[in-house]
Design a protein around this ligand. Structure first.
Ligand code: SF4
Length: 240
């Protein structure tokens, strides 16, 4: 796992032992700029049973992968992000709703901290989930976990339904504001489309991370462009 906040890397080890709620995490990166508005902290959880065909994050499927990270530690990261003027926190995956207890604990703590920092009106909490809205509505646990989320992006990724909608991978996925801040911030983006999606490359000691939601064929095209410049990928996370 790679945990960065722009001020240097953490090695991902659970310093000080694991006390309090623990989230199984694939990676944490900040700032990210391609999954929600503004500069944000990105937390990718580990473990997803939904197995969408064409998923670019197959490395997050195995619930035994990644690493246990305390919510307390993630929130310390969020605090640093707020100090640095981050516009929000994006939780993606993997499937966040596979870990409803720790997810809820993270969002509750992130909400408390933003209030303490006086940022409750401009630092939003966004969650990506492969669950459909009806599935969320039918699950009290999922509803409780998302209680503090300002917006969610819902629905399985369907490779056969490409879309130009910002921050979404397929046309069925919905951006759903849940709070006054969520409505205010995300209303301009509900139907907004872009010619090309934002993609962000983050290079760490271990890997090149592609942050964002690529269109069909873009990852292959990026791979070919880089190969022409002598850069080859190994261990691509979007290949079976
Ligand atoms: S696209 Fe998302 S929900 Fe679907 S398999 Fe990949 S991580 Fe899971």
């Amino acid at each position: 796992m790679d945990v960065r906040d722009g001020e240097g890397a953490w090695d991902g080890s659970p310093r000080g032992g694991l006390t309090g709620p623990v989230l199984r995490v694939s990676q944490v990166l900040g700032p990210i700029t391609a999954l929600g508005p503004g500069r944000r902290l990105g937390v990718w959880v580990q473990g997803c049973p939904l197995a969408c065909a064409g998923c670019m994050s197959r490395h997050t499927w195995d619930p035994r992968g990644g690493q246990d990270v305390t919510v307390e530690r993630l929130v310390r990261h969020w605090c640093r992000g707020l100090d640095d003027g981050y516009a929000g926190l994006t939780v993606s995956g993997g499937e966040p709703l596979e870990q409803p207890g720790p997810l809820g604990a993270l969002l509750t703590a992130a909400d408390r901290v933003r209030r303490e920092a006086g940022r409750e009106d401009d630092a939003d909490l966004l969650v990506y989930t492969g669950w459909e809205e009806a599935e969320i509505a039918a699950s009290p646990e999922a509803g409780a976990a998302l209680d503090r989320a300002d917006a969610v992006i819902t629905g399985r990724y369907r490779a056969g339904e490409p879309t130009g909608l910002v921050w979404r991978g397929s046309a069925n996925q919905r951006l759903v504001p849940r709070t006054p801040l969520g409505h205010r911030r995300y209303a301009p983006h509900l139907d907004r489309r872009s010619e090309r999606p934002d993609l962000q490359l983050r290079v760490t000691d271990e890997a090149v991370h592609i942050v964002g939601v690529p269109r069909p064929g873009e990852l292959g095209s990026l791979e070919r462009d880089l190969a022409e410049r002598g850069v080859t990928f190994r261990g691509n996370t979007w290949r079976p």
